[in-house]
Design a protein around this ligand. Structure first.
Ligand SMILES: [Zn+2]
Length: 258
């Protein structure tokens, strides 16, 4: 009897691992830490239109009025101060979390905006872009996620168009984990500073996380200058991510600055 219970326990453990992995099967059907699965399909019951109903933790996704992404249009010229970048090389640590491909960053890299210092945590990708410019999406968007010591979030965003192959992305592109839950850690180092346009002029507004729980009070900095990647490079990441862009949200009473 005891050994029967033991093997039953083992069976249930294996079953639960199987069910958990099944949740990672595709970008369209995945689990958040809150337990509610969410995804991107417009037709899907777990798609962006329904995020706010999937969990009480996600209500900001439907009730928030300072949400991201937005359409970039009609910016007010306010002579924004330059962002100070202090990015160092990091060992490659790439994760496919079922929603996006994340490149984690080791401690020590940061930006300064105004008087606040924000530490770089990771960067990740969306295909097509989440922000649109004058109603037009870009083929890809990269988000560099930062957090201050006070817990304030700041994102720097880079938009992409297709063109020449971008060799600076090769170390990451050669190691894209194609299955949800998969990780790749390598000794090779990269510096995300090499993955950004030279001209760092930006649009700024106050928004939110673009994924559940859609937390607000996130400082957004969308760089004006897009980068190029080849059609082949785009295809390589699109094949893994599918469409993982939240549709644009109303600007409302907010001001877009430049
Ligand atoms: Zn993002």
């Amino acid at each position: 009897m005891f050994s029967y219970l033991k093997s039953l326990g083992k069976f249930l453990a294996v079953l639960s691992i199987f069910l958990f992995s099944a949740g990672f099967a595709g970008v369209g059907y995945t689990y958040a830490s809150g337990g509610a699965h969410w995804g991107y399909g417009a037709e899907s019951e777990s798609g962006p239109e329904h995020w706010g109903d999937l969990s009480h933790k996600f209500v900001t996704c439907k009730e928030g009025v300072r949400q991201s992404p937005i359409d970039i249009i009609g910016a007010t010229d306010t002579k924004l101060a330059d962002i100070e970048f202090h990015y160092l090389p990091t060992k490659l640590n790439i994760v496919n979390n079922g929603h996006t491909i994340v490149v984690n960053y080791t401690k020590g890299s940061y930006i300064v905006v105004g008087k606040e210092k924000y530490k770089l945590l990771q960067f990740h990708f969306h295909t097509p872009s989440e922000h649109t410019v004058g109603g037009l999406p870009a083929v890809m968007e990269m988000h560099l996620v930062h957090k201050s010591n006070r817990g304030k979030l700041a994102v720097v965003s880079v938009l992409f168009r297709t063109g020449a192959e971008n060799v600076n992305f090769e170390p990451v592109w050669a190691n894209l984990p194609d299955k949800a839950g998969q990780k790749k850690s390598l000794g090779k180092k990269i510096n995300v500073m090499d993955l950004m346009p030279e001209n760092k002029a930006y649009y700024a507004y106050s928004g939110s996380l673009t994924t559940p729980p859609c937390t607000e009070d996130v400082k957004w900095h969308v760089l004006k200058t897009p980068l190029e990647i080849s059609k082949g490079q785009l295809k390589a990441i699109e094949t893994i991510l599918g469409a993982n862009n939240r549709p644009v949200q109303p600007l409302g009473a907010r001001k877009l600055k430049e």
